[in-house]
Design a protein around this ligand. Sequence first.
Ligand code: SAM
Length: 275
Amino acid sequence: MTVQHPTPAPAEVKARHRALWALGDYPSVADTVIPHLGETLVDAVRIAPGERVLDVAAGCGNASLPAARAGGDVTASDLTPELLAVGRARAEAEGLPLLWDVADAEDLPYPSATFDVVLSCVGVMFAPVHEAAAAELVRVCRPGGRLGLLAWTPEGFIGRLLAAIRPWAPPPPPGAQPPPLWGREEHVLDLLGDGVVDVRAERHDLVVDAFATPEEFRRFFVERYGPTVAVHRSVADDPAQRVAVEAAIDAVAAKAADAHGVMRWEYLLLTATRT
Ligand SMILES: C[S@@+](CC[C@H](N)C(=O)[O-])C[C@H]1O[C@@H](n2cnc3c(N)ncnc32)[C@H](O)[C@@H]1O
């Protein structure tokens, strides 16, 4: 299959998504629950000093910063300037020379074949038109370069959380697909088509022990994680719906936690070589 270049979602959808990810306090979510996922992804693609690296949907640099520490010449790109600003401050504090670009994953502002390595850590999965984003990942990676993608699976914790709050979320734009499909190997292979070879895909569990109870998890997430903040705020004036949203989140968290409150969040780690 040849990778096509489908139409990105419209600008008003992107504006809504940008606002959503600026809600709450995403940097504290990344610091609390996934501080090592970026390093996991960077280790998997084995960055050599001086390689040109693009992190797509980089947020505040969860993968970009370790990629720069590994010696990469890193560009961190994301839709949400508020998150890039946090990453930039962190990089400056460490003396790391990254570039921070506001950019839509479905329409990247880089010439074809610019980067040796293209990464995304639980990031590009949130761009609504999967075919458009996948085509861009492939386009900006040079032939023989590497792609590294880490995504929550549909069956894993964040997949189930997003499904549980979907009844209260705004309807997805035309052409959008659910983000956790990027956690299914067959879906990603279909998206990348003959743009890649030498694909390696593994499912792993992230152990999350930051929350003693499901309610503690829910309070943290409805205050800080954009998608859950948005849904919770949308029912703020409707006590019955608020209770229903909170119960839906609690139920997902309770089902995932063991007797000590420890959860396992499944993700797919996929690496490939650009043809
Ligand atoms: C869960 S966060 C992941 C951020 C970061 N990669 C990390 O590991 O912490 C999802 C990110 O996707 C970004 N995002 C959502 N839609 C996007 C799009 N169309 N283009 C670029 N970034 C997008 C959000 O702004 C947010 O930073």
